[in-house]
Design a binder for this molecule. Structure first.
Ligand code: ATP
Ligand code: ZN
Ligand code: MG
Length: 501
């Protein structure tokens, strides 16, 4: 049930106060034509008044035709009518008051507010009140999105603080850890790693770098190359329009590192900045801000959005399906704030992200093959104690399409490792060291990617090298002597240490 009441004012180019009769006719005809479909009333102009150069109307509807859409249609009809008979034009529309009432699926748990309108909720009945709305605002479809946003915010209240859906799908046998220390702390003591220079970033000395690079090498040699993935190199800096399409912009704006460009690269414009820097030997931040543009991009959050962007609007030949590519160049940055820990939750991390685009059947087969290769790495090479769980973040479940629990075809699989330093394997939190998703046509349709005949699906898998490294070291220790044979084949000996005096 939806009910809308709208009070609008048309500004006209001439005095129409003598045209009461004509307006009565116009309104009656409009009610019977544009605002009707067969016998059904879509919307009704309840009453009107005219005063010199303005026509005021009130329109109501039960929601089939929203009054604001009706209004735009009335404007066109009115322009035609007045122009033809009286040479009067319609200059513009102002909505003085717009009230939209609708039902919610559930009662909100607390107040809801949105921009541009006042929201009132009683039980499951919501009303949004707008005043002084421009024509532009109506045309841009903001109102429907405002209604959806209210509904979404109420639903979100029920998900807040709730854990993600988690369902175990496979687990390895228990493995006896070689130690129970936190690998980051131990590597710092050994000087393999150095924290900083800024929050959540690390400097990897040759030993730690060798381990991370070995992880990368194993992922490529044991998983990606055997399955036919090809490497691409993408840009590190993601413009907002890509994130708008994938939904990242509204999804995690608080986790991005934003990128700004200088307003100009003309040294003259930077003269004062340079003078201040030379004299004070500090960065004159205020002066700097004057020379910078507003951010329009951010540092890589995940590699897949730009991979999809690269296929935007393309039709892929059947013989090229499935498309199998991966990026290992772009480094991800996320503002993790209070959650930072060691090298396992950092603000800057190295990830390989394979992306796959193909038919549903192709991707379901590929998923099994990838799981098989991953299992080979974690069982035979790392000898890990780990498990896989089918998870769907609540915001995905809510969108409805992805994460069908009955088939588990779409959705995300998290790979989690037991971290002995965190305590008991039953009670401690395991570390998500990578994931694998099949995302249906979510991004395919967002970027308008097509095939000659087939319906396309896509998916991606995030291989976090820092996470692979800590998961492995947390169970196997930092002494290569205790490492499993499979891993030693890839890295037998660590680089020699740089001695500090
Ligand atoms: P988490 O729940 O741990 O924050 P996420 O769901 O945000 O992870 P995804 O966006 O799914 O992670 O990214 C996929 C992979 O990227 C993870 O499995 C992990 O390997 C890696 N990753 C994500 N965030 C970080 C981080 N802050 N530090 C290191 N690796 C990370
Ligand atoms: Zn991805
Ligand atoms: Mg995260």
């Amino acid at each position: 049930m939806m009910r809308c009441e709208l009070q609008a004012r048309f500004t006209l180019s001439g005095d129409v106060s003598r045209l009461t009769k004509e307006f009565e006719n116009f309104i009656a005809t409009t009610n019977e034509s544009i605002l009707k479909k067969g016998p059904e009333k879509l919307a009704v102009i309840e009453h009107f008044t005219i005063e010199k150069g303005t026509l005021s109307l009130s329109i109501t509807s039960e929601g089939t035709l929203r009054p604001h859409n009706a209004l735009l249609q009335i404007k066109n009809a009115l322009s035609k009518e007045l122009g033809k008979t009286h040479h009067v034009g319609v200059r513009g529309i102002t909505i003085e008051k717009y009230t939209i009432s609708f039902d919610l699926a559930r009662e909100p748990l607390k107040d809801v507010s949105i921009p541009f309108a006042e929201v009132k909720i009683q039980g499951k009945h919501a009303t949004i009140l707008l005043s002084d709305v421009s024509e532009e605002f109506l045309r841009r479809n903001y109102i429907d999105r405002m209604i959806n946003r209210v509904k979404e915010k109420v639903e979100n209240q029920y998900y807040e603080g709730k854990a993600e859906f988690w369902k175990l799908i496979w687990k390895s046998e228990e493995k006896k850890p070689t130690w129970t220390k936190d690998p980051t702390e131990e590597m710092e003591k050994l000087d393999w790693l150095k924290q900083g220079p800024t929050k959540g970033k690390w400097f990897y000395r040759p030993q730690a770098a060798a381990i991370l690079k070995t992880m990368e090498h194993i992922a490529i040699k044991e998983v990606l190359q055997p399955l036919g993935f090809q490497e691409i190199i993408e840009s590190h800096i993601k413009p907002f329009d890509i994130w708008l399409k994938t939904g990242h912009m509204e999804g995690m704006p608080y986790e991005f590192y934003y990128v700004v460009e200088p307003k100009t690269r003309d040294a003259k414009d930077w003269e004062r900045f340079i003078d201040l820097t030379k004299i004070t030997k500090e960065v004159p931040v205020e002066e700097l801000q004057k020379n910078l543009s507003a951010p329009a991009a951010g540092i890589c959050y995940a590699q897949c959005p730009m991979i999809y962007w690269s296929f935007k609007g393309k039709t892929i030949a059947e013989k090229s399906l499935p498309v199998l590519v991966y990026d290992k160049t772009a480094i991800s940055a996320r503002y993790e704030s209070g959650g930072r820990h060691g090298i396992e939750r950092v603000d800057e991390f190295h990830r390989i992200e394979p992306v796959y685009i193909g038919t549903r059947e192709q991707l379901l087969v590929l998923k099994e093959k990838m799981l098989e290769r991953y299992k080979h790495v974690f069982n035979d090479i790392f000898d890990l104690e780990w498990r896989m769980a089918w998870v769907t973040p609540w915001y995905m479940q809510q969108a409805g399409k992805i994460g069908d629990e009955s088939t588990l075809d779409t959705g995300t699989i998290d790979f989690e490792a037991y971290m002995p330093y965190r305590g008991d394997r039953k009670d401690s939190e395991w570390l998500e060291f990578q994931n694998l998703s099949i995302l249906g046509d979510k991004y395919i349709s967002a970027f308008n990617i097509k095939a000659q005949k087939s319906e396309l699906w896509s998916g991606c898998s995030g291989i976090g090298l820092e996470r692979w490294t800590t998961a492995f070291l947390a169970q196997k220790g930092v002494n290569p002597k205790h490492w499993p044979e499979g891993f030693k084949k890839y890295l037998e000996k660590l680089p020699e240490e740089i001695e500090f005096l």
